[in-house]
Write a protein that binds this ligand. Structure first.
Ligand SMILES: [Zn+2]
Length: 233
């Protein structure tokens, strides 16, 4: 059997709400990573995510490349978004039990990487339980030690843009024949994946319901979506 935990980045957006309704209809609980400064127009959709049982994690306040920031700026990005998330959980009337973190672009901070990992640890962010992920690269890249939430597979659907030359067909083809270091989603048995998808309105405009197409293909392929679990902080 193939297992997967799904993560959805860059909420809140307009299509966040429709994505949640689809996930609820399929009984899939996900981690959604929110960017606080993008929260004004569609903030209600992030509140809705919590009320529908999704976990919302910290994806920084303005979505910068952390390797281009000073240590102080990195901390400010993390902490400002913590304030946003605390208020979000309060407004939703939901207890904040877990605090996963994901770096924008997967940029772990360059020369500040160790400092940031220690910071996330000290601030009691929760590492997503990854003991079942058995790709050798996961350990080789040190991802089994890092506190932040990385991924084993990236749908790359955010590259579908006018003039980019990358299409939904390309993204669907990659599921069976991904680029290194990503592993095929449906070919091997007894695999555990951490999947990366985005809630981008730009993608929705070009490929309506793109998330249903991806998730539907995986469900048809027998993928079991697990509830996200975390190590104690
Ligand atoms: Zn992002």
């Amino acid at each position: 059997m193939i297992h997967a935990v799904l993560t959805i980045d860059d909420i809140p957006s307009k299509n966040t709400r429709d994505i949640i309704d689809y996930l609820v209809s399929k009984k899939i609980q996900v981690i959604m990573f929110a960017v606080g400064s993008w929260g004004e127009e569609f903030r209600a959709n992030a509140v809705y995510a919590l009320q529908q049982g999704m976990i919302v994690g910290n994806h920084s306040f303005t979505h910068p490349h952390f390797s281009e920031l000073s240590k102080e700026e990195c901390i400010e990005e993390i902490e400002k978004n913590e304030e946003f998330l605390d208020q979000l959980y309060k407004d939703a009337g939901v207890e904040r039990r877990f605090r996963p973190f994901r770096f924008p672009y997967g940029d772990k901070g360059g020369e500040n990487k160790e400092f940031l990992q220690n910071y996330l640890k000290d601030r009691k962010f929760n590492k997503v339980k990854d003991t079942d992920i058995d790709f050798p690269e996961w350990k080789e890249m040190g991802l089994d030690k890092d506190i932040d939430t990385f991924w084993t597979y990236d749908f790359r659907e955010y590259q579908i843009r006018k003039g980019s030359g990358f299409t939904m067909d390309d993204a669907m083809t990659l599921i069976d024949t991904p680029l290194a270091p990503y592993k095929p989603l449906l070919e091997e048995d007894n695999r555990h994946h951490l999947l990366l998808l985005h809630a981008h309105d730009e993608t929705e405009e070009l490929v309506p319901g793109y998330y249903k197409t991806f998730i539907g293909k995986l469900l048809d392929g027998g993928v079991v979506f697990d509830r996200p679990e975390f190590f104690d902080a």
